[in-house]
Design a protein around this ligand. Structure first.
Ligand code: PLP
Length: 438
């Protein structure tokens, strides 16, 4: 079928696989956004990835800017990661006992990070954040937490909570199955609003265990905050005896090796990691001062465990990937390449007077269909603009460019995206903008 100027890619095999998958999984997928509900067509079933490229079951080839939602900062199937993983796999997959690999990965991180002294590995970002919240509650002996509308922290009960109406609100659950009483322990405020946070601390004096934020909010668009605002969070937490948690599941090892804490030079109390830390295998982590981490079991009374935590194959992938990231000049090159790419797109859109902005930090970018020069809160995103993204997404797929299937998702550039790949992507994006704004 021809919608734009190019025929739609063939999705016959993907559609067949989707029909089979629907008989096995709710909605045919194992994580909801993969179902392509916010864009056109059936989900693409991926067969393989190499460098910055993906191939689907129908043999369509794409330049990939989703990068498995962030972990693949070296691109798909990086030889060093593949070789290290293959080597470790020969020795067995899991022991449920300590291995030297866990300490090797921890040392690599701790030596290159001024903001944490000890770390604990988990198997996902959700687990890392859930455990960080438990640590904050255990250490402060307080129950309530503050989170921000527009930040995502995984799918644990306390955090699947969205704002109600009003300046300071008890959250409302954003999923069925979460007891109202859980949501009542989570207070939700708007990003970039100092007064709302002050009001929350006044209203719940001595009850707030922690404030949790994505210091680079990248799950609901890219809602970049000012350094001054993040510093304000640091100060208000200290004044009130609450802990500040930076959820760096996306920004960790992405905006710098030390994540956003290093980028902004702000010391949080607890930092959570995921995605990049595992080199494409399932790893999460949380870290803090040695004193705070002493609260974790078996040293302290805050329980947290995992059958596959610190899995040797996953640790091997993390070691191989982070070793590349720790090399001097790694981030400068990647970030400069990304900035040139996004600046060129912005220049094109501006020259044509399109209501379109590319927001960018380091190697993360977000396409926003707006006139605004900055978008810093979830409320500032116009849901109607998602229709324009939907069209753009389909036209990009038709031109061999793969973005995450939702206009609220950010894109990632990896070291595997060469200048030639980015040039090709840019040309396709220009064509698609012309179609969207026709
Ligand atoms: N925190 C942030 C900031 C995330 O972006 C995500 C996932 O996208 C999570 C937590 C949850 O991580 P996972 O999907 O590995 O459970």
């Amino acid at each position: 079928m021809v919608y734009g100027e190019k025929p739609d890619i063939s999705r016959e095999k993907s559609a067949e696989l989707y029909e089979k998958a629907k008989k096995c999984f709710p909605g045919g997928v194992n994580s909801p956004v993969r179902a392509f509900k916010s864009v056109y067509g059936t989900p693409l079933f991926i067969e393989k990835g190499d460098g910055c490229r993906l191939w689907d079951a129908d043999g369509n080839e794409f330049i990939d800017f989703c990068c498995s939602w962030g972990p693949l900062i070296l691109g798909h199937n990086h030889p060093k990661v593949r070789e290290k993983v293959t080597e470790e796999m020969q020795k067995g997959m899991s022991f449920g006992a300590p291995t030297a690999l866990e300490t090797e990965l921890a040392e690599l991180i701790l030596k290159n990070n001024r903001f944490i002294e000890k770390i604990r590995f988990t198997s996902s970002g959700t687990e890392a954040v859930m455990s960080a919240i438990r640590l904050a509650r255990g250490a402060t002996k307080r129950d309530k937490i503050i989170k921000f509308e527009g930040c995502y922290h995984g799918h644990s009960d306390s955090l699947l909570v969205k704002a109600g109406s009003g300046l300071v609100t008890f959250g409302e659950t954003s999923s069925a199955g979460i007891p109202k009483s859980f949501a009542e322990e989570t207070i939700v405020v708007s990003l970039n609003d100092e007064e709302a946070l002050k009001a929350a601390f006044n209203q719940f004096k001595d009850q707030i265990a922690c404030v949790i934020i994505e210091p680079v909010p990248a799950n609901n668009g890219l809602l970049l905050q000012s350094k001054a605002y993040l510093q304000f969070l640091r100060e208000i937490c200290t004044q009130n005896g609450a802990l500040l948690i930076f959820d760096e599941v996306i920004s960790g090892f992405r905006v710098s090796f030390e994540g956003a804490a290093g980028y902004y030079d702000i010391q949080p109390d607890i930092i959570t990691y995921g995605k990049i830390i595992g080199g494409g295998l399932p790893v999460g982590a949380y870290g803090a001062s040695a004193q705070l981490m002493a609260n974790i079991s078996p040293e302290g009374g805050v329980y947290q465990a995992g059958t596959l935590s610190g899995n040797p194959v996953a640790m091997a992938a993390g070691i191989a990937q982070l070793s590349e990231l720790a090399k001097s000049g790694f981030y400068k090159e990647l970030n400069t390449k990304t900035e040139e790419f996004t600046n060129a797109i912005q220049r094109y859109a501006t020259s044509k007077n399109y209501a379109f902005k590319v927001f960018q930090i380091a190697s993360i970018f977000w396409f926003a269909f707006t006139d605004a020069d900055a978008i810093q809160t979830a409320e500032a995103i116009d849901p109607a603009s998602m229709e324009q993204f939907k069209l753009m997404h389909r036209e990009l797929l038709n031109r061999g460019i793969y973005l995450g299937p939702s206009g609220y998702e950010v894109g990632f550039v990896s070291v595997a995206h060469s200048k030639i790949d980015l040039e090709k992507a840019k040309r396709a994006i220009f064509e698609c903008l012309d179609i969207v704004f026709k």
